[in-house]
Structures are given as C-alpha cells and as structure tokens.
Write a protein that binds this ligand. Sequence first.
Ligand SMILES: [Zn+2]
Length: 94
Amino acid sequence: MGSVEIQSAFKWTCIHCGQLNFHAGIAAELTEEQRKTLEAEMRAQAPPGSEWIPEGTWIMAPKEVECSRCQTKYKGVYGDEEESADPTEPFPES
Ligand SMILES: [Zn+2]
C-alpha cells in the first residue's frame, strides 16, 4: 500500500447547494515583524504550564472560495472575522 501525506484543510458548506467543500490553506507571506507579533500572540494564549513552539508555515484561510458542485463563489470568512449578517446580501467586491 502506498502512502500519502495528510494535510490540514479548511472546510465550508455551500449555502446554495449544500455541497461540503474543502480548501487547502494558503501559506501566509509575512514580514519578520508580522511573524514575531503573531508568535507573541500565540504564546500569550497558551494555557498555563504549556509552551507554544513556533514551527513551520503560517496557514491562512482562503479569502475567496468556489463551490465544487455549483461553482458559486463566496468571500471566505474565518473564525471571529467580521461576518456578513445576512447571507443573502451580495458580498462586497474586494
Ligand atoms: Zn454549491
């Protein structure tokens, strides 16, 4: 049996057709200063008694996604980023 490397991905459900979609993370291009700021934030959020070790590449959620079934395009909203309150509102062009 061959083997494949399993990687994390972002998943989302199309609100038009219900298709579950997966999207690979995008490697963030950060300046050294941005990287240090992010790492300091991660350390600050670490549970007491644990240690967070920076490793590898920062991955960002995609800003735009397209449904693999119906090809509807959406703006990607991740975590506590600002969300459109009404999903029927057209998404602003960025
Ligand atoms: Zn769809």
